[in-house]
Ligand binder design. Structure first.
Ligand SMILES: [Zn+2]
Length: 582
């Protein structure tokens, strides 16, 4: 079956939006963050020279249930500037396999002319796996690159370097331009021992620092935290201790994106002779990819199907489950609310939440925890013991990285504005010149000339977000979203009336249907007043018109009834008159 996701879409070209011409000056380089500098998610950055446009990452953002865009599945960066300059695009370079860096590819790649993709092996597998869900799309042109390799993308030389993140094969990129290199960090943290970066980190960043670096575009996600993040090694030691010591079943809630952690947990379980059950589609898919890539080596029989969970002593069972963010339908929530077919919790079970709470998910995580505590299970929490470390460096790490790279300009990226500011402040405090910090917004056009003159254009490129809403992908969704918000808040009030088009009289008392407004049965008085008012309004607005204009009558009814309901109930439901003329 073909998926109509891209056939049914709103044309993105907005004639009202002023077009910014592409860069032609051979002594200048242009940077635009199409997304990712006003949010965590939908990362997409452009580096443009007179010859080439290189795109870095094409992510999407999940829409949380508490968001102000009800019903929308994902938010994408706006690619109008790229669509207008398709013939200049030489490649899409992807730093790593997380959805906020690859999730937009199936929706965007066709719009930008299906450029070749350059990325490392695991990331390539993850992109190709996702493409399978969109069989109608043309095949992507995938190029697997190696660390240390230097290639030309168009006329632009780029080289790839390894970075530490929560998923293997994460990389950063150094882009050579006439007046210095542009270093793009991707998501990263440092591998370190109590603030002392490892030898690999020192080598990588030390080598990069030998180049003439014009600009560093760096991860800001954890810049609001001081010092260095908890080293992953310590997390592994703690998790190992827990897996060893726990009596009864151990259920670990984690993110499917935390490859390293999941792989480590399975290895530890195998070493301790425990059986592992995987619960949740994304965990299964990602571990399949990891196994395929040779990153997870596990003997047969360690991972068992959930149906066999009762065949083993409970001390030997470890469950890896999705849903640590309290997602309604994920495994952990189903387990917590006793809706799971194979796992019924008892007070011998231990649950470990090995992840932090993503901003916006606080309420659902609270609901999850309350439900778990009701079951009387023992809970181990990331805040209480070090069982979670982030994939993103704290400000201490970010400053160390910037010092190694020693760029002329610094552009904090990947994060909400507060994170970007904190990344900037930490570096300014450490002595970096304030005037050389670029605080970008989505769509801002940043030109750097002769390696020193910073020029931020007055106009932005179109940056209104694109939304994936069911099968529709488009920018002009605000009207729909506004209607959904108003329906959610005040409900709707439908009036069905039959009008005699000769006399302008109602045939009978109008029918009223409402949803989400007030409980009609208890508001008969309100209903009969509304009926009288509708009747009067119809008669009044038809007296002097021949022939009768039903659209005009409808507008009148909407106005009058809305005002009446507001006055009586302090609610503004969506009033929908349906008039049948006979
Ligand atoms: Zn990431």
């Amino acid at each position: 079956m073909t998926n109509p996701a891209l056939t049914h879409r709103v044309s993105p070209a907005d004639p009202k939006v002023k077009t910014i011409p592409p860069l032609t000056d051979p002594d200048a380089v242009r940077i635009i963050a199409l997304g990712g500098v006003e949010e965590v998610g939908k990362n997409m950055t452009i580096v443009e020279t007179a010859d080439d446009i290189l795109i870095f990452d094409a992510g999407f953002q999940f829409v949380s249930s508490e968001s102000d865009a009800p019903g929308v599945n994902y938010i994408l960066p706006n690619t109008q500037y790229l669509e207008e300059n398709k013939d200049k695009i030489r490649g899409l370079i992807v730093t790593h396999g997380h959805l906020d860096h690859i999730g937009g590819i199936p929706f965007l790649i066709e719009r930008i002319g299906n450029p070749p993709i350059y990325t490392r092996y695991l990331t390539s597998l993850m992109i190709l796996k996702r493409q399978e869900e969109f069989p109608h799309l043309p095949k992507v042109n995938m190029n697997v690159v190696e660390i240390g390799q230097k290639i030309n993308v168009g006329n632009t030389p780029v080289k790839f370097f390894p970075v530490t993140h929560s998923i293997p094969d994460s990389m950063g990129i150094s882009v050579e331009t006439k007046h210095g290199n542009i270093v793009i960090s991707g998501d990263l943290k440092l591998d370190h021992d109590d603030g002392e970066p490892s030898k690999v980190e020192k080598d990588t960043w030390g080598t990069l620092g030998k180049d003439k670096n014009l600009l560093l575009i760096g991860d800001s996600t954890n810049a609001e935290r001081d010092g260095f993040s908890i080293p992953e090694v310590r997390v592994h030691t703690n998790i190992e201790k827990i897996i060893r010591d726990v009596r009864g079943r151990l259920i670990i809630g984690t993110f499917a994106s935390q490859f390293e952690r999941m792989i480590r947990i399975i290895e530890i379980a195998e070493k301790l002779g425990k059986k592992v059950v995987l619960e949740g589609r994304s965990i299964k898919t990602n571990l399949e990819i990891a196994e395929h890539a040779g990153m997870l080596k596990v003997s047969k029989g360690t991972i068992i199907p959930i149906q066999e969970i009762e065949d083993h002593p409970s001390d030997k069972i470890l469950v890896l489950a999705t849903g640590a963010q309290g997602e309604e339908f994920a495994a952990l929530m189903r387990i917590a609310t006793m809706r799971h077919k194979f796992i019924t919790l008892n007070d011998r079970d231990t649950i470990m939440l090995s992840s932090s709470v993503i901003p916006g998910n606080e309420l659902s995580v609270q609901k999850l925890k309350d439900n778990l505590y009701r079951r009387g299970v023992h809970i181990i929490h990331y805040r209480a013991s070090d069982v979670h470390s982030t994939g993103h460096g704290n400000s201490g790490e970010l400053v160390w990285i910037r010092e190694q790279v020693n760029p002329t300009f610094l552009m904090p990226a990947y994060g909400y504005h507060s994170m970007i500011r904190c990344h900037a402040y930490a570096n300014i405090e450490a002595g970096f010149p304030k005037e050389n910090v670029i605080l970008a917004d989505n769509g801002m056009v940043i030109d750097i000339k002769n390696g020193k003159d910073l020029n931020i254009l007055k106009d932005k490129v179109p940056c209104e977000q694109l939304m994936v809403d069911g099968f529709t992908v488009g920018a002009k969704q605000e009207v729909v979203i506004r209607d959904r918000q108003s329906l959610a808040e005040d409900g709707m009030f439908v009036i069905i009336a039959t009008v005699n088009t000769k006399t302008g009289q109602l045939r009978k008392s109008p029918d009223i249907i409402s949803r989400g407004f007030v409980y009609l049965r208890e508001n008969q008085q309100l209903l009969s007043e509304a009926r009288v008012l509708i009747k009067k309004t119809v008669e009044k607005s038809t007296t002097r018109s021949h022939p009768i204009d039903l659209d005009f009558v409808k507008d009148e009814i909407t106005d009058v009834v809305s005002g009446f309901l507001m006055q009586k109930t302090h609610k503004t439901p969506m009033v929908i008159p349906v008039l049948i003329g006979i």
